[in-house]
Design a protein around this ligand. Sequence first.
Ligand code: GLC
Length: 755
Amino acid sequence: MKRKILISALILSIAGSGCTTSKSEWHSYSGDKTIEHKVDSVLSLMTLEEKIGQMTQFSSHGDITGPIVNEDIEPYLKKGLIGSIFNAVTVEGIRKLQEQALAESRLKIPVLFGYDVVHGFKTIFPIPLAESCSWDLYQIKKSAAIAAEEASAAGIAWTFAPMIDIVRDARWGRVMEGAGEDTYLGALIAEAKVKGFQGNHWKDLYNTNTILACAKHFCAYGAAESGRDYNTVDVSDRTLREVYFPPFKAAKDAGVATFMTAFNEISGIPCTASKYLFRDVLKDEWQFNGFVVTDYTAINELVPHGVAQDEEQAAELAVNAGVDMDMTGGVYLHNLKTLVEEGKVSENTIDNAVRRILEMKFILGLFDDPYRYLDEKREKETILKPEFLQAAREIGNRSIVLLKNNNQFFPITKDRQLTVALIGPMVKNRTSMNGEWSARGNKNESASLFDGLTEKYKNTNIKFLYAEGCDLKEPGTEGFAEAINIARKADIIIAAMGEDYNWSGEAASRSNIKLPGSQQKLLKELKKTGKPIGLVLMNGRPLDLSWEDKNIDAIMEAWYLGTMAGHSIADVIVGDYNPSAKLTMSFPRNAGQLPIYYNRKNTGRPLPEDNPKMDYRSSYLDVENSPLYPFGYGLSYTTFQYSKPSISSGILTKNGELKVSVTITNTGNYDGEEIVQLYIQDVTASVTRPIKELKGFQKLNIKKGESVTADFIIREKDLGFLRLDNTWGTEPGEYKVFVGNDSENVQELKFSLVE
Ligand code: GLC
């Protein structure tokens, strides 16, 4: 203890000496003058090499328990030339690295440890796309806070999350990591995640159970052409500002400490070299004062992108674009000094990047005590707490979307006498339940569907038969006979199918989004037995379920729900939890419709509502335009009846407000939750506008037989958009309001906005 206080006291005593460098235009994240002073004081002591070292991040090799594994970074670490390390994931390993950094470096500036804590650290929560279908901002914030609790107990002070890319193309594997296709909901979820990880105020970051968050990937990574990861993005500034920016602006407004650059280009300029994105928009227009880290070797990739002839030019482009830290590319470390000496990069640019990084280390308290996150006792006591597992189970319940339920196939209540055939490669699968980006979650310990069902139904008259039937990926049919045999002996079939967890996530794009292998072929054989079939899906993207929707009695989208997956699903199957989730990403009828999203434009040749087959209209010869399951869609075990909605006036003035009310009655046999949604259309404007945009929702608990009225307030500020003259604001005219239980099943009202 004495040693570490000595080190940080040394830094602070020097820091307190009052010498500062020119601040130029630096605006601190905290706005705290004392912190600003300390940052400037430390900066004034640093050599150019040491400054560049702070802008350098390297990856360690995971769970370091033995001697430091990264012989390649050790020399730099000892010279204080590494500002951050990621992928070190235990107190012991991080302590070893921190000690090396502090023991021999001149200024003993603490290293910042980061990691991809995306949907849990040890207790794994549903993948973000699943969680977003809960529309439950409280639960979403809570899961981030628990992830921060566990990760910080392992010594990690920074997560590369939330991923808040808007996604409209299910071929792209990283849809599993985001919050779906809607900008309004995506922005709310971004805020919830940032505050979950960081707390509600920057001072909360001093607490050792909060961690820096990272808004990624800035920007429009999800708009990759053909849904192919890392592919070209070409979207207009209008689309950027109306669709892709808002969740990032919401993250910034929520106080997110860091941003991450996206791998892709936007209209000819790779994000990592984009002054427009990182200086003009992020740091100047939005006044973001945290720091920007690249994605993994993204600066190096400016060379293959074709905008840099070598890594020296790549470094020049990135740092002058406002990118502060180089993730594991080593490009800043090996080139910035030369660039400064050549006058291609000013030392002021370096100083401002370093100030942003140093400030975060002061805010986290690392200068007070570089080991303050490192407590082996806390590390052991904090992970996988029962209350964390219960939280994962509950958000899992709320993430399951009931897509079809003919003849009330579900729930399968305990009081029944039944033989159930459990068939499919996902029945006993544990390793896929965590999905991708599952940090330190133990894939072999997550609850399978079989685990959940056998526990849920023990001591009942529900008997299970089991057959895997087919592989999750391979096309073989050798398991079919056994599956059909047990199906014939059963009263009903629960088929559990989906995608292997690494068929979504990074570098996991698919051109064909049907069930992989021979899973659908097995379903066709099972259908021939004539037994009712309930299909439970575990996958990381919207799938092409056109055949299943026509031929299977019930379909439940269970995604990857994490450590408690099987128990969350069993809670819903038995009826202990009545499913309430609603899709945040449209399910297409086939991959040919992609990208598909509800808030589309009308075009000059729209299909009339009553004539989906009209010639010379924007349509296909071989499929409808509409998705199989639309944004906002999800069934319940009960039924909800909507009254005719009312609107307080047909006129909205600039400073006025309108109230839209609708009464929902639970007309079924189960208490349930209904997510009632409000959409608005600007019918005529100076630019084309989406046919509808989500502008409000309420998740209502309604007991059977009960009625609840939902009121929505509409104000002029809710109607803003990027007008023809590129100013943000509204225009008078006619608006439509839609109220309903998904983006298609709505009732319409009208109003006019007047000057
Ligand atoms: C990856 C991902 C990024 C992640 C980073 C560090 O390539 O694109 O989201 O945070 O590398 O693992």
